[in-house]
Design a protein around this ligand. Structure first.
Ligand SMILES: Nc1ncnc2c1ncn2[C@@H]1O[C@H](COP(=O)(O)OP(=O)(O)O)[C@@H](O)[C@H]1O
Ligand SMILES: [Mg+2]
Length: 419
């Protein structure tokens, strides 16, 4: 029996990855045989319009890039999950309620070496009727020097809910910390011990069980922060970071997310891992962009084809049981990653890709030499750069994609996680 699974793309400013995703899905023209079904896929962009809460949803799966800020789509998605069992990544409730602060607390409980962190009441407030009685009764004067003394300098002052380097300040002394706090306005801020010095900064992009680790250089301009370095991690450390990424993403039910860790004296300190709508743009990912597009395809096709059930609720107890056991950190991490591997059906996914998506690497390798792919790169570049830089940067990003093609030799089979 022929069946069609409908995949919706819920998009905002995204230009490049959806264009490549759609083109590759067209070229793949999948006909996946499972049981007595032959499954093909129809990809469509989700539009924004008024909706009846009980109106049926035409999609089987939606890839969502709007929930973190566009509330109409967020509420449509919640309705579609609750009433129609739509599969969406990422889970809108988890995304809405778990900010950086929650992610720190949870991973501290799991034993990860999160740098010491304090939360501060804000410096100033927007007016509200209950503000004055609340603060008069309960807010205590505090000495900002105390967290500074407790943790030592340098310290980072940064918003508890993070994102895009907004209001992040590194302070080297109590005087600098006081000044930064004075200027922090209505933001609720963390003060966090710096992992300083560190000898490696890695961003791990997780997509279902797929993980790509990129050495990140925050001192560079945006287009050079994801480095082209692919051989910087010994296998045991790559495995350690994979387990951290799996654990975080499965714990919060985030099917795509990016996790930042810093290494000091051989220890990996996760510092920023609540990014569940991770950067997917060719203008920052360039060399790594084809991997991400393939990761989108593999995970969405797997979930839609197998009718994977979306986990609407999170279950943290199994993780807390491991955390409370007398195992050491590496053993705990191994046990968390096992839970996460089950959560993401890692083995079944690997087998599925092997059986049904074996030609993806080759098709993608060809596609990323095509004019259609180059047009997608140019369109995103044109949206981000001033007119006189569009040609220059299009060629830069395109050149790096060609470097990726050269490095992955004629579309030869690559591992699902790193290719
Ligand atoms: N504890 C820390 N130690 C060292 N560097 C840090 C620390 N916290 C933040 N930074 C630096 O500041 C940048 C932004 O902080 P981050 O927590 O990642 O915020 P955002 O959520 O805005 O990305 C990081 O990429 C890193 O370069
Ligand atoms: Mg960050």
């Amino acid at each position: 029996m022929d069946v069609v699974r409908k995949i919706g793309l819920s998009l905002g400013a995204d230009i490049c990855w959806p264009a490549c995703y759609e083109a590759l899905m067209r070229e793949l023209d999948l006909k996946i045989k499972m049981g007595d079904e032959t499954i093909s896929f129809d990809v469509e962009r989700v539009t924004i319009e008024p909706f009846d809460l009980q109106q049926p949803v035409k999609y089987d799966l939606v890839i969502d890039r709007l929930t973190h800020w566009y509330h109409t789509s967020r509420e449509w998605i919640k309705k579609a999950i609750l009433l129609d069992d739509l599969y969406v990544f990422n889970n809108p409730w988890s995304l809405q309620s778990m900010e950086k602060h929650t992610s720190y607390c949870a991973m501290m409980r799991l034993g990860m070496p999160i740098p010491d962190t304090w939360l501060l009441p804000p410096k100033s407030y927007d007016p509200s009727p209950d503000l004055s009685p609340t603060l008069t009764r309960y807010a205590r004067l505090f000495d900002l020097g105390r967290p500074g003394d407790a943790m030592g300098y340098p310290l980072f002052l940064k918003p508890y809910d993070g994102g895009g380097w907004r209001s992040v300040v590194k302070t080297n002394s109590e005087a600098e910390l006081r000044l930064a706090y004075e200027e922090s306005g209505t933001e609720v801020m963390h003060v966090q011990a710096a992992v300083h010095p560190h000898d490696c900064f890695v961003r791990c992009i997780g997509f279902g069980p797929q993980v790509r680790m990129v050495r990140y250089d925050p001192g560079q301009p945006l287009h050079d922060r994801y480095t082209l370095d692919t051989t910087f991690l010994p296998p045991d450390q790559a495995d350690h970071l994979r387990k951290i990424t799996w654990t975080i993403n499965a714990f919060f039910g985030w099917e795509f997310n990016s996790c930042e860790s810093l290494r000091q004296d051989g220890v990996w300190y996760p510092i920023d891992f609540a990014n569940p709508c991770p950067d997917s743009q060719v203008t920052s990912l360039h060399y790594h962009f084809p991997w991400l597009v393939k990761a989108y395809i593999r995970w969405s096709v797997f979930c839609a084809a197998t009718r994977r059930q979306m986990k609407k609720n999170l279950d943290w107890e199994p993780y807390f049981e491991i955390a409370a056991s007398d195992r050491n950190y590496e053993e705990k991490l191994e046990a968390y990653a096992k839970l996460a591997g089950d959560y993401f059906e890692a083995d079944r996914f690997e087998e599925f890709c092997h059986q049904h998506l074996g030609h993806l690497d080759e098709v993608a390798w060809e596609f990323f030499s095509s004019m259609e792919a180059k047009r997608a790169v140019r369109a995103k570049t044109a949206a981000m750069f001033p007119t006189h830089e569009i040609d220059l940067f299009t060629e830069l990003f395109w050149g790096r994609i060609q470097d990726w093609r050269n490095d992955t030799a004629s579309g030869a089979k690559q591992s699902v996680s790193q290719g």
